[in-house]
Design a binder for this molecule. Structure first.
Ligand code: ZN
Length: 179
């Protein structure tokens, strides 16, 4: 069994500068749900780690977040896919918590709970904070150009040795081809 850890906004669903505040605002990026289902069929466990500072900022509450995740799970199940767990940080930067990416707190928690070492794990995200969290735990960071990924590439702030793909579907194509 292999583990892959996905960021949510900008990787699975379209992101918004104004936060994804309700299930109505949650819309899957084409190909992402099918990609997760393909991972499952190829014996990957899929877990989501997401910064949700909108909670601390009062943009939405835990009921709205739960409804968003219900929608994500429901739509994914239509493809036969399954996200095993969603780990989220509810804090804002000023809280200086240990779970908001780039801090690796949630990644360590996943490793403990699932009893899977992180150094072989692929972590997919669209932000520098995702890549930094992955590097902090010696996982394999992968950037997608969806979400803020293209802007990060354009900024020149991404290290040259980080793998870049168009979207989650392309990441999964590559992983499954590599076997
Ligand atoms: Zn946190």
């Amino acid at each position: 069994m292999k583990l892959i850890i996905l960021d949510r906004d900008g990787v699975i669903n379209y992101d918004s500068d104004n936060y994804i505040k309700s299930e109505h605002e949650w819309e899957a990026i084409p190909g992402s749900l099918d990609a997760i289902a393909r991972l499952n069929r190829n014996k990957y466990r899929v877990v989501v780690v997401t910064n949700q500072s909108g909670l601390a900022r009062g943009k939405f509450d835990i009921n709205a977040l739960n409804a968003i995740h219900r929608k994500m799970h429901t739509h994914l199940s239509q493809y036969g896919g399954k996200i095993e767990a969603v780990f989220f940080c509810p804090h804002e930067p000023d809280d200086h918590c240990s779970c908001r990416k780039p801090e690796p707190g949630l990644l360590h928690e996943i490793s403990r709970r699932l009893r899977v070492p992180l150094y072989k794990t692929t972590i997919v995200g669209d932000k520098l904070s995702d890549m930094e969290a992955a590097l902090a735990v010696k996982a394999n960071p992968v950037l997608v150009k969806t979400g803020y990924g293209q802007a990060l590439l354009d900024s020149g702030r991404l290290a040259d040795d980080i793998a870049v793909f168009d979207d989650l579907a392309s990441v999964v194509d590559s992983l499954l081809k590599a076997g």
